[in-house]
Design a protein around this ligand. Structure first.
Ligand code: F0G
Length: 461
């Protein structure tokens, strides 16, 4: 990776959107009224919004101009064929099922393959993926390598799956109990950590041996390919597009939330390499939930922006700047002694709240507490990836199950903020560090049964 001061953003800005910082008193009141759940805040009350990198990208002039040639025919619009060709070209997959976003593709996939009491094995599923697995009354099984769960350990591919555990699980429980193997690239839930090409290749060997479909959750595949290029031997001279082609060749299909690496504000798809029967099965479900096969819940203009965004997302100078900015923020936080997951991931910096607030046990929701403080301190919105998101109340025992990590994710929207915004984020952490022993934590006073963090209400302790 080149150092950040040796290049500037590979674009200039044609349109801006004003943002304003509310004063501290207003922020205190707003977050209290939001029951300390950052999802309840109005966007206009947020200064720098790092809630997600999903659907928050700035589109290019090329994408906006593509929107003007959206063909809004119900069936067979041009833009569907452009999208299909782009996916065929970049991923090498022939069958494309557009959906309104990633989780809709997950819904179709799980409805096709997953039955009650089965295990869906992956490196580490994202929360909506887990939600869809649980809705089918099946179990999500995460087999990421142990290094992937150690926040302090520097390892180039912390998203890799443990191949021995994968094979053992398939053998011990019988392969038929695992209807799918899903590899999430990059692995969002443990810090945007990449999966190596070698690991993907080995997973595909096991998937073939036990005749299990291998699916890639491709939300951030281009960022994953960038890490392969810069960290895995043999790939430095290959293009991102060649790396992507190889990676997808090992799987049977993918789901994609296009709101990430395809640089669009809405959209997703499910794609299969060559299985026409799967495709026709998927279309049956798509028609019920999303729409006809050539639009799948999206307007023609959205399909066009997506087809173009897929190409832009693989451009090398874009990826260098994008990941360079995430590393810039990671560096600033490290200088300020804020414990973060190392190495820095592709789409954001993940702060280790358990280490930043060591006086708070998991019962006091340290990651949610830190996310709330960040808003109170500077109007910055982040997201909790700890007990609120991944913990749950075991329906059989009534006991609270705690996840292995308490993280606050600072997800950076693509092409939307400058490094000066990142400086403000680092400064906010310095402010919190000075008073952190006074942070008492939170408790949940309302929660839904599934995906509780979106709607939970909290009270300050
Ligand atoms: N898979 C991964 C790895 C994701 O990160 C997401 C969404 C999805 C699937 C679902 O896609 O939102 O288009 O339905 N992640 C967002 C995030 C919400 O903030 O990380 P979706």
């Amino acid at each position: 990776m080149r150092s950040r001061d040796s290049y500037a953003e590979p674009y200039r800005i044609k349109m801006i959107e004003p943002i304003r910082q509310k004063d501290r008193q207003a922020r205190e009141k707003l977050i209290k009224e939001a029951y300390y759940n950052l999802f309840n805040l109005k966007a206009e009350d947020v200064y720098i919004d790092l809630l997600t990198d999903s659907g928050t990208s700035a589109m290019s002039a090329n994408q906006w101009s593509g929107m003007m040639i959206g063909d809004e025919s119900y069936a067979g619009c041009d833009n569907f064929y452009n999208l299909r060709d782009a996916i065929n070209d970049i991923f090498g997959y022939s069958y494309v099922v557009p959906t309104h976003q990633g989780r809709a593709a997950e819904n179709i996939l799980m409805s096709m393959f997953v039955d009650e009491k089965q295990d869906v094995i992956g490196n580490m599923h994202f929360d909506t993926t887990e939600g869809h697995i649980r809705l089918r009354k099946a179990n999500p099984v995460n087999l990421v390598i142990n290094e992937g769960l150690d926040p302090e350990l520097d390892h180039p591919f912390k998203g890799n799956i443990n191949l021995e555990s994968l094979e053992k699980t398939l053998q011990d429980n019988g392969p038929e109990r695992a209807p799918l193997i899903i590899m999430t690239v990059t692995c969002n839930s443990n810090g945007g950590q990449p999966v190596s090409m070698e690991n993907m290749r080995e997973v595909s060997v096991l998937a073939k041996k036990y005749k299990r479909p291998l699916i890639i959750d491709a939300a951030r595949y281009a960022e994953n390919c960038y890490f392969i290029k810069h960290r895995e031997s043999g790939y430095a001279d290959k293009s991102i597009r060649d790396i992507a082609r190889e990676m997808f060749s090992y799987a049977d299909g993918c789901t994609m939330s296009s709101k990430k690496d395809a640089l669009v504000n809405i959209g997703g798809f499910l794609a299969f390499k060559d299985n026409e029967d799967w495709y026709e099965d998927a279309v049956q479900i798509q028609i019920c939930y999303e729409g006809f096969r050539t639009y799948g819940g999206l307007a023609g203009r959205d399909l066009e922006a997506l087809a173009r965004g897929l190409y832009e997302g693989t451009e090398e100078d874009y990826l260098e700047d994008r990941i360079g900015q995430v590393y810039y923020l990671g560096g600033k936080l490290t200088e300020a002694d804020v414990p973060i997951i190392k190495p820095v991931g592709g789409h954001g910096v993940f702060v280790d709240a358990a280490r930043f607030l060591p006086h708070l046990p998991q019962t006091k929701l340290p990651a949610q507490a830190l996310a709330v403080e960040l808003y109170r301190e500077a109007g910055i919105r982040s997201i909790e990836l700890g007990t609120s998101t991944f913990g749950y109340t075991n329906p059989e025992t009534g006991e609270e199950v705690y996840p292995p990590q308490e993280l606050v994710r600072l997800a950076i929207p693509r092409r939307a903020y400058t490094d000066r915004h990142m400086d403000m984020v680092a400064k906010a952490f310095e402010g919190i560090a000075e008073r952190k022993s006074n942070i008492n934590g939170l408790k949940i006073i309302y929660q839904a049964k599934i995906l509780r963090h979106f709607t939970a209400r909290y009270e300050m302790l």
